[in-house]
Design a protein. Structure first.
Length: 82
């Protein structure tokens, strides 16, 4: 009788170890997914900030050119007739 109980526990030992290894693998994959998700979120935020900065810089450059052309047309000295 005791021999059959030892065989029963050793019979399921491999199955229990396989399930434990599978759950450990799932846990590692879940942790890796959380880490890559946080990195992706941070990088997405940085890309959005750089896009806003580029758009603002482009708008400022356009405004400077508009200002330069409007001031240049007003302050142009009259041509001297010889």
């Amino acid at each position: 009788m005791t021999v059959s109980t030892q065989n029963g526990s050793s019979r399921y030992r491999g199955l229990i170890l396989s399930i434990a290894a599978f759950l450990a693998l799932i846990g590692v994959l879940l942790a890796f997914t959380f880490y890559t998700s946080s990195v992706l979120e941070r990088n997405t935020t940085l890309v959005n900030i750089s896009n806003k900065t580029a758009n603002n810089a482009q708008a400022i450059i356009k405004d400077l050119f508009d200002l330069q052309s409007s001031v240049g047309s007003i302050l142009t000295p009259p041509s001297k007739a010889c």
